[in-house]
Design a protein around this ligand. Structure first.
Ligand code: ZN
Length: 138
């Protein structure tokens, strides 16, 4: 229904992180749209900025909300950038590791990102305070 979903269906789009105005690749007669690269693990990433595809990020975000799932969603100091940690992905050549908010212009993921960050914080707190033979203090 939105322009973006139409563009997704066609597999070509213009990454919103491209500089405003007229980026070098855009001329009147020659336009190079961006595409979604398919990474070895099946994740899609923006050919311009490297962000995960919104659908893939949404799927990983759901996993990040499950305290028992190893996928972790890590907000950064930058409000527009979210790290994704997957157990089978060591770096960006293997799968998606980052999502940029300009690929979520309607801000649909904000609440779930905040919730996933809390899941991760709670998991860390449980690890730090759970006393199963860890080196407590004495
Ligand atoms: Zn992009």
């Amino acid at each position: 229904m939105t322009d973006q979903s139409e563009i997704r269906d066609h597999g070509e789009f213009f990454c919103a992180s491209r500089p405003a105005g007229s980026p070098p690749v855009f001329t009147r007669d020659h336009v190079n749209p961006d595409i979604w690269h398919v990474l070895p693990n099946g994740d899609r990433s923006c050919s311009y900025c490297g962000s995960l595809h919104p659908d893939d990020f949404g799927r990983l975000l759901d996993r990040g909300l499950d305290p028992d799932d190893p996928v972790e969603i890590g907000p950064t100091a930058k409000g527009y950038k979210v790290y994704v940690s997957q157990p089978d992905v060591r770096n960006a050549s293997e799968g998606g590791i980052i999502f940029y908010s300009w690929h979520d212009p309607e801000r649909l993921f904000v609440d779930r990102v905040v919730a996933a960050a809390k899941v991760q914080r709670d998991r860390l707190a449980a690890l730090m305070t759970g006393g199963d033979g860890g080196g407590g203090g004495s």
